[in-house]
Design a protein around this ligand. Structure first.
Ligand SMILES: [Zn+2]
Length: 194
């Protein structure tokens, strides 16, 4: 019916804009880039092994991407918003260079002692992403290297993958693996199961 009303081209644009889409929600430090304590210099940004191939694999499966990151160094007065934004811009630039575009990067700037509602594992930034981007949670996944990322993914009702060098048998994650490419392969299997 919609096809007849809108024609196929405009229908695909409509779907892209308004129908819920599958997303990969990504942590930043230790997931996309090498974890450097209180990173505020874009020159030190370094993508982790498997990130580009993993994201390209997921892109070909039809996923969109967004980053949700805790940056308490702002709240602690160690770095400015601008410095953190410049690091985020460098991450986006490196990914875009490989054909991967991030739909958003959402930052919690608060220190843990601030008691905000946007520091992972609290779900506020995930709920904002769902609201702003129409994320289809049943086909979306959270990827991170911390237990708080897993708790965050579960708090917004999507499956969560823990990326870690050590296989963590105590993790609550739906899957544990070492690289983003490993995660991409598992996600493909999960999709074929549902
Ligand atoms: Zn916050």
């Amino acid at each position: 019916m919609l096809e007849k009303l809108m024609g196929e081209d405009s229908l695909s644009t409509f779907k892209e804009r308004f129908l819920p889409s599958p997303f990969i929600l990504l942590d930043r430090d230790g997931t996309l880039i090498k974890h450097i304590h209180y990173l505020h210099d874009p020159k030190r940004v370094e993508l982790l092994p498997g990130v580009i191939t993993g994201l390209q694999y997921l892109f070909n499966l039809g996923f969109n991407f967004g980053v949700i990151t805790n940056q308490s160094l702002i709240g602690r007065g160690i770095a400015t918003n601008e410095e953190v934004n410049s690091v985020n811009a460098e991450v986006s630039r490196l990914l875009l260079h490989e054909g991967i575009s991030l739909a958003f990067t959402f930052v919690c700037p608060h220190a843990p002692s601030d008691g905000c509602s946007c520091r992972k594992p609290a779900p506020a930034l995930g709920l904002k992403a769902i609201h702003d981007f129409g994320i289809d949670l049943s086909r979306s996944f959270m990827l991170g290297d911390q237990p708080s990322d897993i708790a965050f993914g579960h708090a917004i009702a999507c499956k969560a993958v823990l990326l870690s060098d050590k296989l963590n048998s105590t993790s609550n994650a739906d899957y544990n693996c070492k690289t983003l490419l490993d995660a991409a392969h598992w996600i493909e299997t999960e999709l074929s199961r549902s």
